[in-house]
Design a protein around this ligand. Structure first.
Ligand code: F6R
Length: 615
């Protein structure tokens, strides 16, 4: 939520900052702004709406040249998306510019205090108080980093702040608590951003900032301290993808590119996990096997699409390990006083590694003594840093707000965790594990195959563009797939879409069905647990008898569904537990195409942001 960029170096700060904001626009697109140090003062521009509005403004009225600057793209929390509420925010003298991601919980009291000292605040935001406090602190401390430390010690809540001061040329200062901020290390230039994507075109060398740290950037380096002023340890790392991975690469949208990236993302996530002797290795899992053997319960926490991956993981973990496993919405988890102890393994799934609901659940779990294993796609982000162990998915940067390739790789990671637990707890033989790993290694090819047959799905999606409602039903692991299909359609097409467990239809939702209502049915394999298959074929007949237009997703060779399918989407045959890896893909394509046909912008759906760093 909200993207932040800071720059000091030899290039035009306006150009570097705006290019960085373009890469961060997925984090929020309610308004955008930029400020640069120029001619001994500050110059800036900010505009409500997408970044395009700011770019147009800067084209019409370019800022004076300057080599130090900050920028922001906003997902509104306090105050509507207006020009005035857009960041950067300045103090009354116009000497300090601040951008902010997060929520300052005690801003009302601070605002009152500032008003009492004669400050006039122009916006409705919580951020503006920081600009005023910083100006005051700088006037006594004479040092921007020290002023930032003093101010941060007074703030409550979650905040990433980046600031410049007209009296401190060639200096950018940042602070981090509970929201992401990374330093980019260039040659004679330094960057600060919410995500490495903002500076990846300039450098792949980065420094992670820890909790409650302040960083001061000059052209030649970074100095990091705690909020208390003591020097802090930092972790430098090299980003293993380049600028081209964060480009659309010829696709009309990032979402289409990311859907197409899935075979590679799955293959990369599987890479190097099994050695020549057939033993599974998850190198980043730093919880000793002896402790994993003592685990008596697994709890999975996640939000949104990652939660759906977690629901599927429950089937795999219970099947493979025979350990009881619960999947919980991270936003509900800590409020119901969950039963956790040192024998509980909590698995936190998060693409961004920054989702505040999941982070708070992780902290709660660790406070209760549970071990936390993060499944995450973002190197160096907060959730893996605060967990006991991490298993990274290798999906590469996911820019479109709606999650696609991250979901498939989260599923792969969950299966690997299940197998790994099975291996060290002895509930699965080596050859059984090898069989599943071999089946997983087939998935990239199978996803490729699905992607190659999507034209009828796209045509169907276009034909449904004027409908109000689409329902999705599935059983077993097909149920979370149905929920995921409905979520994709809601967030992209802004349609009423709901997912149900097929067996629940008769307990209420079947009343929704009337003539012509599209119902997408995810059919389990007729091989294996055929009882599941038979039940869902009956469900299809029930809804069709009530007038539904059935869209049936079934594996190749399943002839039993043919008489009841108004539209039949074929997927390759997979083992039951792995079917979500192929069954989800047509639903992603369907939602993307339907949303496009309705004229919606698929990469940046309304009201959403990619990384949800508020609770
Ligand atoms: C939906 C979507 C969201 C995220 C959720 C969790 O397409 O992307 O539902 O899955 O906000 O985000 P992460 O995985 O970053 O914790």
């Amino acid at each position: 939520m909200c993207g932040i960029v800071g720059y000091v170096g030899g290039q035009s700060a306006q150009d570097v900052v705006v290019a960085g904001l373009k890469r961060l626009e997925y984090r929020g697109y309610d308004s955008a702004g930029v400020a640069v140090l120029a001619d001994g003062g500050l110059a800036g521009a900010k505009k409500a709406g997408k970044l395009l509005n700011l770019e147009k403004e800067l084209k019409d009225r370019p800022l004076p040249a300057g080599n130090t600057g900050v920028g922001h793209t906003r997902w509104a929390t306090h105050g509507g998306p207006t020009d005035v509420n857009a960041h950067p925010h300045l103090d009354n003298a116009g000497r300090v510019a601040v951008v902010h991601n997060g929520i300052i919980e005690n801003f009302a009291a601070l605002r009152e205090e500032l008003a009492g000292r004669g400050h006039e605040l122009a916006s409705e935001t919580d951020t503006e108080v920081v600009a005023h406090l910083l100006a005051e602190a700088y006037s006594s401390a004479g040092d921007l980093a020290e002023a930032m430390r003093q101010v941060c010690r007074r703030l409550h809540g979650a905040f990433t702040l980046v600031a410049v001061h007209a009296d401190a040329p060639d200096t950018v200062v940042g602070a981090r608590r509970n929201s992401p901020l990374v330093v980019g290390v260039g040659d004679g230039e330094m960057f600060l951003a919410s995500d490495v994507a903002a500076f990846i075109a300039h450098t792949r060398d980065a420094i992670e900032l820890g909790q409650d740290q302040v960083v001061e950037l000059s052209r030649d380096g970074a100095t990091v301290t705690g909020f208390d002023g003591l020097p802090a340890d930092v972790h430098a790392y090299h980003v293993d993808w380049d600028a081209s991975a964060a480009e659309k690469g010829g696709y009309a949208s990032f979402m289409l590119k990311e859907i197409a990236d899935q075979p590679k993302a799955v293959a990369d996530t599987l890479l190097g996990r099994i050695d020549a002797s057939g033993t599974l290795h998850l190198d980043e899992v730093r919880i000793p096997p002896s402790e994993l053997r003592e685990v008596d319960k697994v709890v999975i926490i996640a939000c949104g699409t990652a939660f759906h991956a977690g629901m599927i993981a429950k089937y795999a973990i219970e099947h493979v390990t025979r350990l009881p496993c619960e999947t919980e919405l991270a936003s509900e988890f800590r409020y119901r006083d969950p039963i956790l102890d040192r024998h509980t393994l909590v698995v936190a799934i998060s693409q961004s590694g920054e989702t505040m609901d999941t982070l708070m659940a992780v902290r709660h779990a660790r406070e209760q003594g549970a071990k936390v294993l993060a499944i995450c796609n973002t190197n160096g982000s907060t959730i893996p840093r605060e967990s006991d162990a991490v298993l990274y998915t290798h999906a590469g940067p996911e820019v479109a707000v709606a999650s696609t390739k991250a979901f498939l790789t989260q599923l792969v990671a969950c299966y690997l965790v299940a197998l790994y637990l099975g291996q060290i707890r002895g509930t699965k033989w080596g050859d059984e594990i090898r069989t599943v790993v071999r089946q997983l290694s087939e998935v990239p090819r199978q996803v490729e195959q699905v992607l190659g047959t999507m034209e009828p799905v796209r045509a169907l999606a276009r034909s449904l563009a004027d409908r109000d409602t689409v329902l999705f039903v599935g059983r077993h692991v097909g149920y979370p797939v149905a929920l995921e299909g409905a979520l994709k359609l809601k967030e992209l097409a802004y349609m009423h879409a709901e997912g149900f467990a097929a067996g629940e239809l008769k307990h209420g939702p079947i009343a929704l069905i009337d003539e012509g209502l599209p119902v997408v049915v995810i059919v389990p394999s007729p091989r294996g647990r055929s009882v599941l298959h038979d039940k869902i074929v009956s469900n299809i007949q029930e809804i069709r008898a009530r007038g539904a237009r059935t869209v049936v997703i079934a594996e190749e060779g399943d002839e039993a569904v043919v008489p009841y399918a108004d539209h039949l989407i074929r997927i390759p045959a997979t083992p039951t537990l792995l079917q979500p890896l192929v069954a989800t893909v047509p639903l992603q394509v369907f939602a993307c195409e339907l949303a496009t046909a309705r004229g919606n912008e698929v990469d940046q759906p309304r009201n959403l942001a990619k990384s949800v760093t508020v609770e």
